[in-house]
Design a protein around this ligand. Structure first.
Ligand SMILES: [Mn+2]
Length: 324
């Protein structure tokens, strides 16, 4: 038996399932799917995260049962999903023991029950496999909906380079279990708010290209968010418009934080440049085609630093190509 299943089967204390701050659909889908399954198993389980639920995910089953993560709550066992370490929770977590279920490379390890597969298309994929192995009959339409949602969002609707036959096998399994692909796609992709589209319009007007069109940048300042009456979570996916331009190898978006001096940077690649190298240079992390970091400084200065670093990575690629 897989160690983590054996461990959870035996667990009798208070269990927490939690995910990272600025949560995405894979983090929340993983958390809710596992939470509902453990509840059905009769476990004393809670799920919590630091930030409010992104409105776009309000359709997920069990969404109203998510608590606000607070350091003062004490747990016997805390299961972190879709994050490289407890530090990603954005707040203190009090537990006697931690387990990590994730697909990010590197990060913190808590022991032999950690279940990490860096080749998995999503964390919901890993959780679906575990639950299937543990007790397939307990996977209902609600759990399947949570897990399928993480699978389609983390794979960019089965378009990213993390997609292989396993992703489609899992999609088939979850659809058989009741996940409705058309309904979920509609809920996730076709409910844009007017404020989001207005913000997109403003954001696209900041588009700039560098290095003969190989690098593309977008910038969102705090005042633009305010002008459009939009929240930061509405910027999800904007960077992909810059990435989608023919010839662009690396696209990035800089989003100004509340303190006005920190920029949250999302980087996207197309397979030729490992954008994780760029993010990790600035203390961040992620995957080969999608990574992020935070940089402090003035707008132009931060942008120049990023462009310089990306140009370095591009050179490596050109050099590698010339030597083939
Ligand atoms: Mn993920």
């Amino acid at each position: 038996m897989i160690p983590i299943i054996d461990k959870l089967e035996r667990a009798t204390g208070k269990i927490l399932v939690f995910t990272h701050e600025n949560p995405d659909a894979d983090g929340i889908g993983s958390m809710l799917g596992l939470y509902r399954f453990l509840k059905k198993k009769g476990k004393n389980v809670e799920c919590a995260m630091k930030d409010p639920v992104p409105e776009i995910l309000d359709f997920l089953p069990e969404i109203n049962n998510i608590k606000t993560l607070q350091g003062k709550d004490q747990y016997d066992l805390a299961i972190l999903v879709d994050a490289a370490g407890v530090f990603r929770a954005g707040t203190d977590v009090n537990a006697k023991e931690f387990i990590r279920i994730d697909h990010h490379i590197g990060g913190e390890f808590y022991g032999g029950y950690d279940t990490i597969d860096t080749t998995a298309p999503s964390t919901t994929y890993i959780i679906a496999n575990l639950l299937k192995e543990w007790d397939e009959n307990l996977i209902d339409k609600e759990i399947a909906t949570c897990l399928y949602t993480g699978l389609i969002t983390d794979t960019g609707s089965f378009r990213h380079n993390n997609v292989d036959d396993r992703a489609f096998d899992m999609a088939k399994f979850l659809v058989k279990k009741g996940a409705d692909p058309s309904y979920i796609a509609k809920m996730v992709f076709d409910r844009n708010k007017l404020s989001t589209i207005k913000l997109l319009q403003e954001t696209l007007s900041t588009l700039e290209l560098y290095e003969n069109g190989k690098i593309a940048s977008l910038i969102i300042e705090r005042k633009t968010l305010e002008k459009c009456n939009a929240k930061e979570e509405e910027t999800e996916g904007f960077v992909n418009y810059a990435r989608s331009i023919n010839g662009v190898e690396v696209a990035f978006i800089m989003i100004q934080k509340e303190d006005l001096e920190t920029w949250r940077v999302s980087l996207r690649g197309k397979g030729n440049v490992d954008v994780r190298n760029i993010a990790s240079y600035f203390g961040g992390g992620g995957h080969k085609d999608a990574a992020g970091c935070r940089i402090k400084g003035e707008k132009e200065e931060v942008k120049q630093k990023l462009i310089e670093r990306i140009t370095e990575e591009l050179k490596k690629t050109n050099f590698a190509l010339q030597n083939v």
